[in-house]
Design a protein around this ligand. Structure first.
Ligand SMILES: [Zn+2]
Ligand SMILES: [Zn+2]
Length: 397
């Protein structure tokens, strides 16, 4: 006699094992023979095997159910008990083995029965997130950076298994009989509704610590500041997320650790601005330099480099330094550096500069002294440009 979650009482069991109808699970009729059951089991077990569906919790759960169902229906005595009493009696009687043992017994050693990826017991650690600021040089080189991370690590004293070393150890959880799930029954308008949930007493672990670890008080882990190595892929840019496997919180009771997700942010650079695979910089020059041409030193990712400003360069034009940008992320090739030229108009002029500039204006027919009306100016500009074009278009005899 024992209590159900909703307070109802029933004979013969502690909370019922969470179990679906094994005939339904294996998709076989009630009178199916052993051969049919086995054939269906083989088909379904292969389809939902965790190795074929890595990281898919639903498949894993389904795989468990398939194996449990087969454990009942492949055993004559258990099947008969199930048929007579329903799932509770059959499923709790004698089935305590590893589900992968069932799989291996059917498929033999040839097919990997046990999943290779880490332990299946325990509570997995949580994933963590962190931001990492990266300089252009670091992203370009694909450096390995060390970042500080605060995370939960396994308690040194109990090695993460929550029990005091040398203590009384652990006992099967009485609430769920070590199964980790409980089944609750409730009356509703539609009749009896049965739900299953993770055992509240043991959080699904199926075990109870008799003497909790005196250091972590049975938590199994504690927050600790540490470092993580982050290997940047060459060309990584802001907004990307990197996954560092197993660098998240430690698991409990042998559960696997979570992962660390690192969100990349580009640090601002005093000289160069990133634009995808390209980097940009601005070059401010005087208008005489733009007109006459000159050479300038600009910063690049490889250090200062001399670029040529060709005579007659317009403000707003761009000089492209091919291959001087960032490596393309996970691709071949490299972006460019783009030097944006800004021609600056002088704000203050010496007497002599004013004189020379006036002479220049006179030479190129830019009116300075006259007060032009706006209409005159537009007309003048239009006329000049037209005249200029005509001159250019006229073939020289
Ligand atoms: Zn429990
Ligand atoms: Zn501990």
């Amino acid at each position: 006699m024992c209590a159900l979650a909703n307070g109802a009482r029933t004979e013969g069991c502690v909370y019922w094992r969470a179990m679906a109808d094994p005939y339904e699970t294996l998709d076989v009729p009630r009178d199916a023979d052993a051969k049919t059951i086995k054939a269906s089991y083989r088909k379904l077990a292969l389809r939902y095997h965790p190795d074929r569906n890595p990281g898919d919790a639903a498949s894993e759960e389904r795989f468990k159910q398939i194996n449990e169902a087969y454990a009942v229906l492949s055993d004559e005595e258990r099947r008969e008990r199930y048929d007579r009493y329903g799932d509770a009696a059959a499923a709790t009687a004698g089935f305590s083995g590893d589900i992968f043992d069932i799989f291996t017994s059917v498929f033999g050693g040839g097919v990997a029965g046990r999943r290779g990826a880490g332990p299946t017991r325990g509570v997995p650690g949580e994933d963590l997130e962190a931001e990492l600021e990266v300089t252009l040089a670091q992203a370009r080189a694909g450096e390995t950076l060390t970042m500080d991370v605060e995370r939960m690590t396994a308690c040194d004293h109990c090695k993460g298994n929550r029990a005091e070393p040398g203590g009384k150890g652990r006992a099967r959880c009485e609430t769920c009989s070590g199964i980790g799930q409980v089944r609750a029954q409730a009356q509703s308008f539609f009749g009896t509704v049965v739900t299953t949930q993770t055992c509240p007493s043991c959080r699904g672990l199926g075990e109870r610590i008799i003497e909790p670890c005196t250091v972590c008080r049975g938590a199994g882990r504690r927050p600790e500041a540490g470092t993580v190595e982050v290997q940047l892929p060459r060309g990584i840019d802001g907004g990307y997320r990197l996954r560092i496997p197993q660098a998240g919180n430690a698991g409990i009771d042998g559960g696997p650790p979570g992962d660390l997700y690192v969100y990349i942010q580009m640090a601002s650079d005093p000289d160069l601005e990133r634009d995808g695979d390209d980097v940009r910089c601005e070059l401010r020059i005087g208008f005489a330099q733009a007109a006459l041409g000159c050479h300038f030193e600009v910063p690049t990712l490889d250090g200062p480099e001399v670029v040529e400003v060709r005579p007659g360069t317009q403000s707003g034009s761009e000089i492209r330094l091919s291959g001087k940008g960032m490596p393309r992320l996970r691709q071949v090739g490299t972006g460019d550096q783009i030097v944006a030229v800004v021609v600056e108009t002088p704000k203050r002029l010496s007497g002599k500069a004013r004189q020379l500039l006036s002479a220049y204006a006179e030479e190129v027919d830019e009116s300075i002294e006259e007060r032009e009306t706006l209409v005159d100016r537009v007309r003048g500009l239009f006329g000049r440009r037209k005249g200029h074009d005509e001159r250019e278009d006229t073939p020289v005899a």
